[in-house]
Design a protein around this ligand. Structure first.
Ligand code: FES
Ligand code: FES
Length: 197
């Protein structure tokens, strides 16, 4: 999976030195990089990545919808790949570089997908939106890397055409109860065709 070289490099350099997991009694000390900054948490080893982000680091942008891997509201990027944070334990991500919606852009300088969701009205209540945007970032990287989907006609093609069918299939893990799907697709398309990240 290709990653935006410089930002990933910076995140790697920010990784804490030494072991990423220390076991003490019934807890584990886990170190990772969250939004380009080193973080260290002492956790019950059963803590999910989602609860570590929301309850321990107070990064409430990542949403808890189903807590069962069914809705995509909890999608974050782990080393550039999209992951359902409710389905993995925080300790599994020791040493990883994790990006949440808070790390994608700033209020002054939105990530292009954040700006596109605003421009195209890609949300109503907004609950699914952080997961949709993180998922779209990962999805566009997958397409650029030539990874086929279930609906890709030519899996050997050098260039995968990002048709609406491709986008819907690739974003099918992210549900929107407000059914903002047409505008979500329009927002993602505008970024894909604009050649931005
Ligand atoms: Fe993780 Fe629904 S909260 S997939
Ligand atoms: Fe409400 Fe998607 S905008 S769930």
């Amino acid at each position: 999976m290709p990653k935006s070289g410089s930002s990933v490099q910076r995140a790697r350099e920010a990784r804490p030195a030494g072991k990423a997991v220390d076991r003490t009694g019934g807890t584990v000390k886990v170190r990772f990089v969250i939004n380009r900054k080193p973080a260290e948490l002492t956790l019950d080893p059963r803590t999910t990545l989602l609860d570590a982000l929301r309850e321990h680091l107070r990064l409430s942008g990542t949403k808890k919808g189903c807590d069962h891997g069914q809705c995509g509201a909890c999608t974050v990027l782990v080393d550039g790949r999209r992951v359902n944070a409710c389905l993995s334990l925080a300790v599994q991500h020791a040493g990883d570089d994790i990006t949440t919606i808070e790390g994608l852009g700033t209020p002054e300088q939105l990530h292009p997908l954040q700006a596109a969701f605003l421009t195209h009205d890609g949300f109503q209540c907004g609950y699914c939106t952080p997961g949709q945007i993180c998922s779209a970032v990962g999805m566009l990287s997958e397409v650029r890397a030539g990874m086929p989907s279930h609906v890709t006609e030519d899996v050997g093609a050098d260039h995968i055409a990002l048709t609406d069918e491709e986008m819907r299939e690739r974003m099918s893990g992210n549900l929107c109860r407000c059914s903002a799907y047409p505008n979500i697709i329009a927002a993602i398309r505008s970024v894909a065709e604009g050649g931005t990240r």
